[in-house]
Design a protein around this ligand. Structure first.
Ligand code: AR6
Length: 175
């Protein structure tokens, strides 16, 4: 495993709405019109202009991603992606992988130096965090390997110490 790539990854217990990164990722729903969890927190912190910009996007299918400005957030951009509702079927993994891949592609198009992901689908959508963590980290590593020296750092912003531990332990197995 390429050490320089692993060094770009970190997992921290944090409120993603407070991170001073170029782009944060939102775990949204297909309407893109806000909701609870991290989606609600991002809309509250960004202010009402975010909802206005989201309204013009016309929703987003599961696994895809769309970008808006960050408005009052410290982050300049928000990438909204829609994770799968966990069903224990093989399609879950495909769709969650697509969320990370499509978000990373958009981040690359903005030449982002730093981006932060929440644990997409691991709240209301019920995805087991150990499975979701592996998909998140593996997809980011593959993307960085295929697009060397493109993106700067990738932060996994976790909302609990238990989730932080799952991510940190998995990342440490890669080194
Ligand atoms: N910063 C970082 N992570 C957070 C924050 C925060 N401020 N707030 C919550 N989390 P969820 P989902 C964590 O439910 O499962 C929404 O209503 C949270 O602890 O936000 O993809 C949408 O509109 C969990 O680990 O997203 C959709 O309807 C993770 O973020 C639906 O929920 C994701 O939990 C999407 O469900």
């Amino acid at each position: 495993m390429n050490k320089q790539i692993i060094a770009k990854l970190s997992a921290v217990k944090s409120d993603i709405t407070r991170l001073k990164v170029d782009i944060i990722i939102n775990a949204a729903n297909q309407s893109l019109l806000g909701g609870g969890g991290v989606d609600g927190a991002i809309h509250r912190a960004a202010g009402p202009m975010l909802l206005e910009e989201c309204r013009a996007l016309g929703g987003c299918p599961t696994g895809e991603a769309k970008i808006t400005r960050g408005f009052n957030l410290p982050a300049q951009w928000v990438i909204h992606t829609v994770g799968p509702i966990y069903s224990a079927k093989p399609s879950d993994e495909k769709l969650l992988t697509a969320c990370y891949y499509n978000s990373l592609k958009l981040a690359l198009s903005k030449k982002a130096g730093s981006i932060a992901f929440p644990a997409i689908s691991c709240g209301v959508y019920g995805y087991p965090v150990d499975k979701a963590c592996k998909i998140a980290v593996d997809t980011c590593v593959s993307f960085l390997e295929a697009n060397t020296s493109s993106l700067g750092k990738i932060i996994f912003s976790l909302f609990s110490f238990s989730h932080e531990k799952v991510y940190q332990e998995y990342i440490s197995t890669l080194q």
